[in-house]
Design a protein around this ligand. Structure first.
Ligand code: FES
Length: 156
């Protein structure tokens, strides 16, 4: 077993050696959209590793390719579904923001200010910034997103 630490929520979790970070996120009841079903081709399980990058399996070719188009990718970026824990001392920082799968999921927030950044499920870009009002016209503009997500799901 290995101990993981999660920031900024300041929680820890014991996980079996070789388990992936996505399993750990789900075990902590953290909402992960998993738009690609854990295949390493979307942004919804993107995390930053604040410590212990060398205690994870190395990035896969697919992971590097996907991270290449994720907005906000940094040297400490990993896709949780692709990174397996092999040593002690991994500190995972959860990204700020909420991924959406369908534009309709935002309808209940129409006319309100976004409580957090609302993120694109495939590339992680900010669709609606924290504090901005969620307008009907913006949601209309985002409808193409539904098609993108469907195409991604059909391709895996
Ligand atoms: S769930 Fe899509 S890349 Fe991890």
């Amino acid at each position: 077993m290995k101990t993981l630490k999660f920031e900024p929520i300041n929680e820890t979790l014991q996980v079996p050696t070789q388990s992936d970070l996505l399993e750990a996120l789900l075990a902590k009841d953290l909402k992960v959209l998993m738009a690609c079903g854990g295949k390493g081709i979307c942004a919804t399980c993107h995390v930053h590793i604040k410590d212990g990058m060398d205690k994870l399996t190395p990035r896969t070719v697919r992971e590097n390719k996907t991270l290449g188009f994720i907005t906000g990718c940094a040297p400490d970026s990993r896709l949780a579904c692709q990174a397996r824990v092999v040593g002690e001392g991994v500190v995972v920082e959860l990204p700020e923001g909420m991924y959406i799968e369908r534009v309709e999921d935002l309808m209940t927030y129409l006319g309100q200010r976004a409580q957090t950044n609302i993120l694109h499920p495939i590339n992680g870009s900010i669709l609606i910034a924290k504090g901005k009002i969620i307008t009907r016209s913006r949601l209309e503009e985002l409808k193409a997103l539904n098609v993108e997500v469907q195409q991604l799901k059909q391709s895996v």
